[in-house]
Design a protein around this ligand. Structure first.
Ligand code: GLN
Length: 309
């Protein structure tokens, strides 16, 4: 057993008694059915070692973590032109906030709040039918994780489609400013499916590994993005990946990270490892409560931080 395996197991064991703390997201009815006791951790190092603890092999709804991957796809498709449609500033607002959209003429603050992610999905949809675009996103995740066993949970997608009124409002609001190329129904058809991707901590950590290794997946040798682009995606994750909790996450964990309301967090330790944690109970900002604590402990124990050793 390497030291890192021991660290991951210790963190998992010490936080396990607190499983069930926080609040499971229920505004998407299907997510409310998740067992709040679930808790998984996966650390995949750039040297190819994998360290797991708890429910690391159980698939969960990645929700907003998908926004990292659609951003990567949109950048690949449209390059830096995407910044005409979305900003790069932390919002300081809730993930589903609409307030800034009116002040900023339909341009969302960043690609990780819902409005910004919907604008990015609109760009991924360019030249495709919604079905093709969903297929592209799923294939991209399979390619990144190097695993075929990644699917969309259709029950979660349908559940959000039926209740995602706020997202329809955000999309239609942007469209009213001419800042969305496709009808809200089409863009959100893709968006709800990308959010409903079901992946395990292990798969997610593998999928994010290219961001820890200057754009190249060290397991497959695939160059996914350039060095510069990987750095920039990490910068956005650090500044905007946890909504109005991004500053606190940077302070406590010090690593680029992206959370989802399914209770997952993907964190990137550049040059070291990609880490995925999952615990469904959320804190007041809609980020995994135990997941954030686990990452804070991991960063402390390993010394991993983008701010210095
Ligand atoms: N699908 C969710 C939504 O649009 C994603 C939100 C999240 O994970 N923060 O509300």
């Amino acid at each position: 057993m390497t030291d890192l395996q021991a660290i991951v197991e210790e963190i998992h064991a010490s936080l396990s008694p607190r499983c069930g703390e926080g609040k499971v997201a229920d505004y998407i009815p299907q997510l409310a059915h998740v067992d709040p006791q679930k808790f998984g951790m996966a650390v995949v190092t750039v040297d190819g070692e994998t360290h797991l603890a708890g429910d690391a092999d159980e698939a969960f709804s990645i929700q907003s973590i998908s926004k990292v991957f659609t951003l990567t796809l949109a950048l690949g498709k449209h390059g830096e032109g995407i910044w005409k449609r979305v900003g790069r500033e932390p919002s300081g607002s809730a993930f589903n906030s609409i307030v800034q959209l009116e002040q900023e003429a339909g341009i969302p603050r960043n690609p990780f709040i819902n409005a910004g992610a919907i604008a990015i999905t609109d760009l991924v949809l360019a030249g495709h039918t919604p079905k093709e675009a969903i297929g592209e996103v799923v294939r991209f995740l399979r390619y990144l994780a190097d695993e075929e066993d990644i699917i969309v949970d259709q029950a979660v997608a349908r559940s959000e489609q039926a209740t995602g009124f706020r997202n329809f409002a955000l999309a239609n609001f942007m469209r009213s400013f001419g800042k969305l190329d496709h009808a809200a129904e089409l863009v959100l058809g893709v968006y709800f499916h990308q959010c409903a991707l079901a992946m395990s901590c292990r798969q997610l950590a593998r999928a994010g590994l290219f961001l820890a290794n200057s754009g190249t997946n060290p397991l497959t040798g695939h160059r996914v993005v350039s060095h510069l682009r990987a750095r920039r995606i990490n910068a956005l994750m650090l500044t905007c990946g946890h909504y109005d909790g991004s500053g606190d996450f940077a302070y406590r964990v010090g690593l680029p990270g992206k959370s989802g309301v399914g209770g997952g967090i993907l964190a990137v330790a550049p040059g070291k490892a990609s880490v995925a944690v999952w615990s469904p109970g959320l804190n007041e900002n809609g980020n995994s409560l135990l997941g954030s604590l686990a990452l804070e402990m991991l960063a402390t124990r390993t010394g991993w931080s983008v701010f210095g050793a």
